[in-house]
Design a protein around this ligand. Structure first.
Ligand code: 6PG
Length: 252
């Protein structure tokens, strides 16, 4: 894996084992952040992969190990659809987790996908500046990301201008990619996090993971450009997603 000292790769037998390890890591990071800062600020992504992990957090023994009142929830990206829409990332996290745990409503900082993308992005930037009390890039305690077969992460798609953004915190993403429009955190924000956790499952992710983790990311896939400047990068993937990685890359 061509990554710095602060990067690690863990391969699991299946989605279930990976989701459990992600839930364990989440609990442990939330406790560390609570001890050092008195709060834990985390951004979730959408997609199918994190659903099991999110559900686990809402169940025993994870739910009771988390101090929900000190947990602040954000999103790495959102689709511009109503909150009840099946494509809504808010809906995913709300259904699987937030509706089942005692988290104060005011701790949930969702991206308003019902607004026009630029307005939703600007409002999200304002709420991030306010919460993190900075005019610069926020430092999330944890950002959880996925990777598409095309190498996108959050809503940063290959070949789009959003990937090159260096000053904005969040951006609208228009129809360069299939509808719906979206709002995404930018790379400088992802790379400013204390911890970034990628979750990837399934053989269809094999080729892109080989390019990113073993081949130096020659096509500059956005997911491979996530390299936290001061923080940790963890990839948790299952055997299917690891199917094109060389044996030496990870202990089986
Ligand atoms: C989204 C995402 C996106 C996702 C990847 C992986 O809302 O679409 O945030 O970046 O994480 O597309 O999705 P899967 O988990 O479905 O493979």
């Amino acid at each position: 894996m061509k990554a710095g000292a602060a990067a690690r790769l863990r391969v699991f037998a299946d989605l279930e084992a990976m989701s459990q390890a992600a839930a364990d890591l989440f609990v442990s990071l939330s406790r560390d952040a609570l001890a050092s800062k008195g709060r834990f600020a985390v951004a979730f992504s959408g997609g199918t992969t994190p659903r099991r992990f999110l559900s686990l957090l809402a169940t025993s023994p994870y739910q009771e190990r988390i101090t929900w009142a000190s947990m602040y929830i954000f999103w790495a990206d959102e689709r511009c659809v109503p909150r009840g829409h099946p494509d809504s990332n808010y809906k995913l996290v709300h259904e699987a987790l937030l509706s089942k745990v005692p988290i104060p409503e005011e701790n949930i900082h969702w991206i308003n996908g019902e607004k026009k993308p630029e307005q939703a992005a600007r409002e999200y930037e304002d709420s991030l500046r306010q919460f993190f009390e900075t005019q610069s890039f926020p430092v999330f305690d944890l950002i959880i990301l996925g990777v598409g077969v095309d190498g996108h992460t959050a809503s940063l798609f290959p070949g789009t201008t959003a990937v090159h953004e260096r000053t904005r915190i969040a951006l609208p993403v228009y129809a360069e990619v299939p509808k719906p429009d979206r709002v995404t955190l930018t790379l400088p924000v992802l790379n400013n996090a204390s911890q970034v956790l990628f979750l990837a499952s399934g053989r269809e992710k094999g080729a892109v993971l080989h390019e990113i983790l073993e081949d130096g990311n020659p096509k500059h896939f956005p997911a491979g450009l996530v390299r936290p400047v001061h923080g940790w990068l963890t990839w948790m993937i299952d055997r299917g997603a690891a199917s094109l990685l060389a044996e030496r890359t990870f202990p089986r």
